[in-house]
Design a protein around this ligand. Structure first.
Ligand SMILES: [Zn+2]
Ligand SMILES: [Zn+2]
Length: 824
């Protein structure tokens, strides 16, 4: 008999057999209730890393557990395959992005299979496959036809190193998220998706997502950034124009002492007085070259310049100076800010710097602010002062009252604003889905006809980091016929942000090879929404928000039946080594390849699940991995030792006593605990419970001689052990299950149930001492009294023989533990 678990041979054998049998295939319409378990699909970067392994090991336990509980589980896998790294590899190493990507997919698919994950590989998708991106393009046209995809010239974040436009979300601390180069600004004609049209619903429906972590919902709400306030119009002195301003603090309007415009504000060139023009133009040029984040970051220097113009506070009639400043952005609000230095800290600092007046209009309770001596703005609640008819009013009430007054006078109105911007989707890149639009001199912007999709990416292009899409230099791609008039036309050469590809992939898994539509409606209705989505918290904002937006849009146009795509969300923590995230630069990477080669897939998975609860960060531990390997070997040896004894043993009854009863109880207790833990995703404690059961079986075998063992109880313990271990260590469990003589996979077994009556420790074994020496054992009800125990002990035949001819002097009973009979 093999002393050590030969994991390599066992894993390979079962992976082949599972694939041949289609064990993890799920049909779309079987009679079981459905469960859609989805892990975020990977970018095919080359090799799996431990973060991937963790993500998929968690998903695999959920999928297997739900299958054993009787659900038809959809558990698919695919590739988020467009994107920048492929193109960078092309520039750096001269490999074509398509070849690079497909080679990586081939390698990583093999790694996933070696992990023994229960995917239905028939449903595999890759977003770079024309059969997929055809529908990405088709979905773009659905947005376009409904006015939700549009083109406009816009200042964009530009990474000079990657030579591409970045979405705001891809700019971190003023630098490119990918290469850390400081981001600059450029004006380009860009395609946008109108996600702002869904801002209110995206915010409101967060309430429906009770299965999402609070922190993710808060991050989304902040990103959407709803604020309520008033739109106020300030007439420009001596001109027709008005400066419109959105404020969340209409109660402070009487304290406005100056106005600030974004340098890009269209009024700037009109308002600026001749003597200020030169300085203003220089200031504007400087601000335009700075990135949005470097202009607005907290530590950035707030710089401003007087335009020479004034506008009038509608409430007071007072004339206030108009400034421009680098920290005001055209894309947020109206591109103009009314300044209330007494009650806004940024305005306060600006006023101090440029010697502008400060006027207190909100007084805090119990003390009096003096503008001349204030050290900081007062931003809290209080009573309105110096505010005309509103003086004396609590400022909360004042917000509504002033807004109503503005509306009555025609000076403004109530307004809701969002921080959320429209989604900039144009990328000046090759490796993405081409935007299906052509430009015709006669007809203008013309969408590609649906029957002409996909607009295929040409293979033969040159990769130069020029800042323009490589497709521009590809005449066969660019020149085409106008779908409307048939005349010569040019194709759009920008490709789509890859976040578009990943905003709908979970629908495609239901109909991966469908050619007449992005999906079959009945299949989407069968499987969606996703019951459990699992992935990294770094996707808490963008990917999840975009996916929710797509789903709502698709719901509105009647293509899907759900308004939210993901019912439950689990965001798993990172895998750390020596307290830091694994990374090349820190040199602390543990490669899954290496660990799997050394210990096998089951050990790798078991460690990842055992080392920490899924939401927490996981600290890599070589000893931990070795411990898991030892545990699986313990299971292997235990099983093989017991096999002759338990094979064919009958199912035990419920009337066992003593040690057999105790083992039976441990088995049922373990099933209960593991079931509850897995349901709550407490995989680490579930694994501990399984380990305790194994210890319990070992102790039973050590302590109880074969003649006293009930083989049925042992068999039940071992069988239930294999079934509850199966989601964690699928290969070992399958092998041992087969050795028990079963021909149907352990993964097709029902999740075991437990009998509540067997959980009670209703029988206890008690040692019987005669004059302090153990002479026998009795089994009594756990609740037995001292008198009852004494009666049973003294009548026990083996004890009685010790009492013959003696006198019982004294009996000491410790209920539940022992009884000592003192005889003379
Ligand atoms: Zn970059
Ligand atoms: Zn035309």
């Amino acid at each position: 008999m093999e002393e050590r678990y030969p994991f390599a041979a066992v894993e390979e054998k079962w992976q082949q057999r599972w694939a041949a049998e289609g064990l993890y295939h799920v049909d779309d319409f079987d009679s079981r209730p459905k469960y859609y378990c989805l892990e975020m699909f990977p970018y095919p970067s080359g090799r799996l890393h431990m973060g991937h392994v963790r993500n998929y090991a968690i998903g695999d336990v959920v999928a297997r557990f739900k299958t054993m509980q009787g659900y038809a589980v959809l558990h698919p896998m695919g590739w988020d395959a467009f994107g920048l790294p492929a193109e960078n590899a092309a520039i750096k190493h001269g490999v074509h992005p398509r070849d690079w990507t497909w080679d990586n997919i081939t390698f990583m698919r093999r790694q996933l299979k070696e992990l023994g994950l229960s995917y239905d590989w028939r449903r595999e998708i890759a977003t770079c496959h024309p059969g997929y991106y055809r529908w990405t393009q088709w979905l773009f046209l659905q947005f376009y036809h409904r006015g939700l995809a549009y083109k406009k010239k816009a200042p964009v974040n530009w990474c000079p190193s990657c030579a591409t436009v970045l979405a705001n979300e891809q700019v971190v601390g003023g630098a490119c998220e990918r290469c850390k180069t400081p981001v600059t600004r450029r004006e380009l004609e860009q395609w946008f998706l109108k996600i702002t049209a869904y801002a209110e619903r995206l915010l409101k429906d967060l309430e429906k997502l009770s299965g999402w972590p609070e922190k993710v919902k808060i991050m989304q709400a902040n990103w959407i950034g709803r604020s309520e306030g008033a739109l106020v119009h300030f007439p420009v002195v001596g001109r027709e124009e008005k400066v419109s301003v959105f404020t969340t603090r209409p109660d402070t309007l009487y304290g406005v002492t100056y106005m600030v415009l974004a340098p890009e504000h269209p009024l700037v060139s009109k308002l600026t007085t001749p003597e200020r023009r030169e300085a203003v133009e220089a200031f504007v040029a400087r601000a335009r070259s700075m990135s949005e984040l470097s202009r607005t970051a907290g530590e950035a220097e707030k710089e401003g310049l007087f335009t020479g113009a004034y506008c009038k506070n509608p409430l007071t009639g007072e004339e206030i100076p108009v400034y421009i400043a680098n920290y005001v952005l055209m894309e947020y609000g109206t591109g103009a800010v009314m300044a209330v230095p007494a009650h806004d800290q940024r305005d306060f600092e600006f006023a101090k710097k440029y010697g502008l007046p400060i006027r207190v209009v909100i007084q805090p309770p119990g003390r009096e602010l003096d503008a001349a001596t204030m050290a900081a703005a007062y931003v809290d609640e209080g009573v309105m002062v110096n505010s005309g008819p509103f003086s004396g009013m609590p400022n909360r009430d004042g917000m509504r009252a002033v807004t109503a007054y503005l509306e009555e006078k025609g000076w403004g109105r109530h307004q809701v604003n969002y921080r959320l911007r429209d989604w900039l989707i144009s990328r000046q890149r090759y490796w993405g889905a081409p935007i299906p639009i052509v430009y015709c001199d006669k007809c203008g912007i013309v969408p590609v006809r649906e029957q002409d999709l996909p607009v295929l990416l040409p293979y033969a292009v040159a990769f130069k980091p020029t800042g323009e899409s490589p497709l521009k230099d590809c005449p066969e791609f660019v020149h085409t016929a106008c779908p409307q008039c048939g005349g010569p036309a040019k194709r759009e050469t920008d490709t789509m942000d890859t976040f578009i590809c990943s905003s709908w992939y979970y629908f495609r898994y239901t109909s991966p090879r469908e050619e007449s539509a992005p999906w079959e409606r009945a299949k989407v209705d069968r499987w969606l929404p996703v019951d459990q989505y699992i992935g990294g918290v770094e996707h808490a904002i963008l990917h999840l928000l975009y996916s929710r937006f797509f789903t709502k849009f698709l719901y509105d146009i009647g293509l899907v039946g759900c308004e939210e795509p993901f019912t439950n969300l689990l965001t798993q923590g990172m895998v750390l080594k020596d307290g830091a995230k694994m990374s090349k630069s820190k040199g602390n990477i543990v490669s899954p390849e290496e660990i799997m080669a050394k210990f096998g897939a089951d050990t790798t998975r078991l460690f990842i699940l055992f080392a920490a609860p899924p939401e927490r960060d996981l600290e890599w531990s070589d000893q931990g991995v070795e411990g898991c390997a030892r545990f699986l070997n313990r299971v292997w040896r235990l099983f093989n030792n017991l096999l002759p004894e338990i094979q064919g043993a009958p199912v035990p009854g419920a009337n066992l006593v003593g040690v057999n009863r105790e083992l039976q109880r441990l088995t049922h207790l373990t099933v209960k605990k593991v079931t509850e833990d897995v349901e709550r995703f407490n995989f680490n404690t579930a694994v501990s419970a399984i380990m305790e059961l194994v210890n319990g079986i070992y102790q039973f075998c050590d302590r109880v001689p074969p003649v006293d063992r009930n083989p049925g109880v042992l068999r039940e313990a071992v069988e239930k052990l294999l079934i509850i271990l199966a989601p964690f260590a699928p290969h070992l469990s399958e092998e041992l299950w087969a050795r028990l003589g079963y021909t149907e996979s352990v993964h097709r077994q029902s999740w075991p149930t437990y009998r509540p009556d067997l959980l009670l420790q209703d029988q206890v074994e008690i040692a019987v001492q005669i004059n302090g020496r153990v002479r026998g054992r009795i089994v009594v009800p756990a609740a037995a009294t001292a008198a009852e125990i004494e009666t049973v002990a003294l009548e026990e035949p083996r004890i009685r023989q010790w009492l013959t001819g003696k006198t019982v002097a004294k009996v000491v009973t410790v209920p539940g533990k022992l009884i000592n009979v003192v005889v003379r």
